[in-house]
Design a protein around this ligand. Structure first.
Ligand SMILES: *Cc1c(COP(=O)(O)O)cnc(C)c1O
Length: 216
């Protein structure tokens, strides 16, 4: 089923949109099946879990971090991941920048926007995004490339639309103000239930778990 699911989703995605398989709790062999069907990016929420899978799959795929990154996991994370999608503080950025410098790596990063403004969620509030972007763009070993958002958890996918729309507006504003200094290009939004809506609102990375691997 995994293979058919991936092929089905890939057929629906417009050119230029990247499919990321959100693989928390999935086994290495499930991931391998997705990769053989055409998945090129794996999203992981936990560094420890990713490390085990990375040991098997290595650089056959790109690894994106999409969880909440703890500072004491950064050293291990910089060796595994090709992108950190969930930057939400300058403190974390500074730790990340230092660890990247140590292994001479420039890490692509996205800013996570707390578009639903839910206090229990991580991410930067919409009104702080431009400021954070300005500051993040100064780190030598980080390469700021765009935004990521989760949106609210709701029964009805359509409810996510205004949050995607707003994140897209922030994306455009930052492009306007800082775009000439950045390689500003990724908007990571949409999951199994909401990716069609996210695409309509301008997403060019979609993060899909359940619709590829089945229920968790
Ligand atoms: C699990 C997860 C997804 C995918 O969720 P599904 O509903 O299973 O498609 C996307 N993004 C993040 C950050 C996740 O943790």
């Amino acid at each position: 089923m995994i293979k058919e699911n991936v092929q089905d989703i890939l057929r629906r995605l417009p050119a230029g949109v990247l499919l990321q398989a959100a693989a928390k709790s999935r086994s290495t062999s499930e991931i391998e099946e997705a990769v053989s069907a055409g998945v090129k990016i794996i999203g992981e929420n936990y560094v420890q879990e990713a490390a085990g899978k990375f040991a098997v799959l290595g650089n056959k795929v790109k690894w994106h971090f999409i969880g909440h990154l703890q500072k004491n996991k950064v050293k291990q994370a910089v060796r595994i991941f090709d992108m950190i999608e969930t930057m939400d503080s300058l403190k974390l950025a500074s730790v990340l920048d230092k660890q990247c410098a140590k292994i001479k790596k420039v890490m692509p990063v996205l800013i996570e926007i707390n578009s639903a403004r839910e206090p229990q969620k991580s991410g930067v509030l919409p009104r702080d995004a431009l400021n954070i972007a300005q500051e993040l763009s100064k780190f030598k070993n980080l390469k700021l490339e765009g935004l990521m958002t989760l949106g609210p958890f709701t029964e009805c996918p359509e409810d996510a639309r205004p949050f995607f729309k707003q994140t897209r507006e922030i994306f455009d504003t930052i492009r306007e103000k800082l775009g000439s200094r950045l390689d500003w290009r990724y908007l990571s939004m949409g999951m199994s239930d909401t990716y069609r809506i996210a695409l309509e609102e301008g997403a060019n990375i979609v993060r899909i778990g359940t619709a590829i691997f089945g229920p968790r």
